[in-house]
Design a protein around this ligand. Structure first.
Ligand SMILES: Cc1cc2nc3c(=O)[nH]c(=O)nc-3n(C[C@H](O)[C@H](O)[C@H](O)COP(=O)(O)OP(=O)(O)OC[C@H]3O[C@@H](n4cnc5c(N)ncnc54)[C@H](O)[C@@H]3O)c2cc1C
Length: 379
């Protein structure tokens, strides 16, 4: 028998008022929001992986709200007011995450964020430098300071870069340890009574007589409300949602003695990102080298992206320093327009909160909270 379930197991483990599918930053924050508002509401999270298996434990840990070149692109898509709202959501989301868990619990470090430009990118660099004051003014009422973005070419040599001639600093950008963040979120959720089952893949959701039936690899569950927080994987259960997956490949070096670089760095319109962590360099990106191949929900690496990452390390980031790659991995993001996350009731009693557009550290908490509020209000 596949599931040798007892009467007691069936009676006590397979039903909750709210079932959340997906144990990432969004699912956990939604669970915490619902349970905090209504302690008597039973909340269960079903996660297909042994660990969360999407983006939340596989990302780069940038606590960022946009480099200048990213903001230029996003302003074209969202308009100036729309961009202001987006940045406000990201900034408030970061404050919310820090308030919920505490800076120590997520290893929050404000070492600054930097965008690098090569001489052959002079048109882009000039456009970004010219736009700095526009964005500084736009975000002043959000971050409550002037001159967040500034030109800091004098720091290029101190980081040891080669072939970089323009550097823009964002003095509010920070970095966290996303593994610590997720451990703290899991502990927080469990401490207020959220139940979490892992290795439980949801295969189908059916709404029958005001009850949502959830078919999984471990048996059938039922609930009054279901919330899908499966991000890039949501189309497996709801094929019509406008969500496009994007794989992010990441490499990390072995520890490097006297490592010069410190901070969160963006290159090539944000398609590459790197940072220091534990005397190592963590570098990810290169999706733009083959968008089609990286538009996938499959984890894995490709030669073209791996080679580009190693070349960037050798030629630009660590030109004078020998290094060895210790580990590589990938994670899957969810993209789509509009840039704001998709938070809605998609079918009666079935909700979704997905598509953080590669910025879930910044907007994941807020997205989870908004989805949790929406579910709680629906009772
Ligand atoms: C390489 C990389 C670098 C990134 N860097 C940054 C960064 O520096 N800063 C930043 O702000 N953001 C970054 N991001 C984006 C950020 O990590 C995501 O936006 C955020 O983690 C999304 O959270 P989520 O909870 O929506 O999704 P996820 O963390 O992907 O969680 C979804 C969960 O649903 C589960 N699931 C899926 N299908 C099912 C199913 N059928 N049944 C049960 N469970 C299921 C998955 O296993 C997964 O655990 C990065 C992402 C990647 C991949």
């Amino acid at each position: 028998m596949l599931h040798n379930l007892s009467y007691w197991e069936k009676k006590n483990f397979f039903h909750a008022d709210v079932i959340i599918i997906g144990n990432g930053i969004v699912g956990l924050n939604a669970a915490i929001a619902i349970k905090s508002e209504n302690p008597k509401t039973s909340v269960l999270i079903l996660e297909r992986g042994f660990l969360p298996s999407g983006a939340s434990t596989k990302n780069a840990g940038f606590a960022c709200f946009g480099s200048v070149s990213e903001l230029i692109e996003q302003e074209k898509l969202s308009g100036t007011d729309g961009l202001h709202q987006l940045i406000s959501k990201r900034w408030k989301g970061l404050l919310k995450l820090r308030n919920l868990l505490g800076d120590k619990s997520i290893s929050f470090q404000n070492n600054g964020g930097f965008e690098l430009f090569k001489p052959q990118q002079s048109d882009l660099a000039n456009e970004c430098v010219a736009k700095m004051s526009h964005f500084n003014t736009l975000i002043e009422d959000i971050v409550l300071q002037k001159d967040t973005y500034s030109l800091t070419n004098s720091k290029i040599n101190s980081f040891g870069f080669k072939g970089i001639d323009v550097l823009i600093e964002n003095n509010l950008e920070a970095q966290i340890d996303p593994g610590l963040m997720m451990k703290s979120l899991l502990a927080k959720a469990m401490s207020i009574g959220v139940q979490i089952y892992t290795s439980c893949k949801v295969e189908e959701l059916l709404n029958e007589n005001n009850t949502v039936l959830i078919k999984t690899s471990q048996g059938d569950f039922s609930c009054k409300r279901a919330l899908l927080a499966t991000n890039a994987f949501v189309n497996e259960l709801l094929p019509d949602l406008a969500v496009v997956p994007g794989r992010g490949q990441v490499i990390i070096t072995k520890p490097i003695a006297n490592l010069k670089l410190k901070g969160a760095f963006h290159y090539d319109k944000g398609y590459y990102y790197f940072r220091n962590i534990d005397d190592r360099v963590l570098l990810g990106g290169g999706r733009n080298l083959d968008f089609k191949a990286e538009e996938t929900t499959d984890f894995g690496e490709t030669v073209v992206v791996q080679q580009a990452l190693v070349n960037l390390l050798k030629e630009t980031i660590l030109p004078e320093t020998p290094f060895e790659i210790e580990q590589k991995w990938s994670g899957i993001m969810a993209f789509g327009t509009p840039l704001a996350p998709l938070i809605e009731e998609v079918k009666p009693n079935i909700f979704c909160a997905v598509r953080c557009n590669g910025m879930g550290i910044a907007i994941g908490s807020q997205t989870g909270q908004e989805a949790g509020d929406m579910v709680a209000r629906s009772f």
